[in-house]
Design a protein around this ligand. Sequence first.
Ligand code: PLP
Ligand code: SF4
Length: 334
Amino acid sequence: MLHPIPLQQTLSWQEQLANLVTDPAELLHCLKLTPEDVGYSAEALADFPLRLTRSYMALMQPGDPADPLLRQVLPHHDETVPSAGYTNDPLDEDASLAKPGLLHKYSNRVLLVVTSACAIHCRYCFRRHFPYSENLRSRQELQASFNYIGQNPQINEVILSGGDPLAVPNRYLQWLIDALFELPNVTRVRIHTRLPVVLPDRVDRALLAIMGRHAGKMVMVLHANHPRELGDALESACVRLQEHRVLLLNQSVLLKGVNDDPDTLCKLSERLFAAGVQPYYLHILDKVAGAAHFDAGETRAKALHSAMQLVLPGYLVPKLVREEAGGFSKTLVL
Ligand SMILES: *Cc1c(COP(=O)(O)O)cnc(C)c1O
Ligand code: SF4
């Protein structure tokens, strides 16, 4: 077995975010692999750049071309093969835009695209072709979204999404969350984020202070797909978040070659429990162009879900769901 990759632990999260791995040669060099070993494709890279944190890279196993974490970030030949039914906007999100950057698809909750930035580019991301530049708003421009939420009293929850909403500075985040809670109908703010998983240092004192200002009203939905993504650093970050009464949930995407076996999925749930995170959703892959090779198929998805139910307590079995264009909630796949 090759030695694990050393971590630079002295850098702040902001410095780590400014120092991401974007060069495939560096990634492969660190993992002692060649482009041929892993099916690397420059064409796929040109379509969606490589991007990951060094702390995520450190969780990979050097020398393993089939590493499930590597598979999630590596620009692969298979992405360049067109596949019927896979499109650039599989969820037809444009149809749900209430205001620029504000998606209102489900009656009592809205989703606000805070930033286009991500600390990692997941190859299966359903927003990999999202026209982010058209959906980024300045503080002043966000006022239109605040007005819309205020004028629709049935909305009681605002979901911060992106990109990754935790990629923004704490000052901006505090301003945004405080402004949302000033609207009398907003009782919860939810953050959909992969950052604590790929950069646990992101959960710093200033972020905890923001959570503390709204203790008991904040929900954080993490995104981890494999038990090896949940290291000790994430676990201690989760403990600190819970001290501020943040409800911690996790959503995963079912990905062929990453987590499409019962043992991996059960271990993921057990690791989440150990970190105090409740499994929430297991998503069937959205049919986004370039991601067909991650599709495990719905029959397999149902079989895996049943297998989890045989081994895990009910509260550690995530709901198997599919997102549909025009749906009024996620669709439960039974
Ligand atoms: C997934 C999603 C939500 C949140 O749905 P929950 O079932 O509450 O987690 C809200 N709005 C949009 C547009 C979504 O895609
Ligand atoms: S939005 Fe989420 S799934 Fe998509 S690339 Fe960013 S972190 Fe990955």
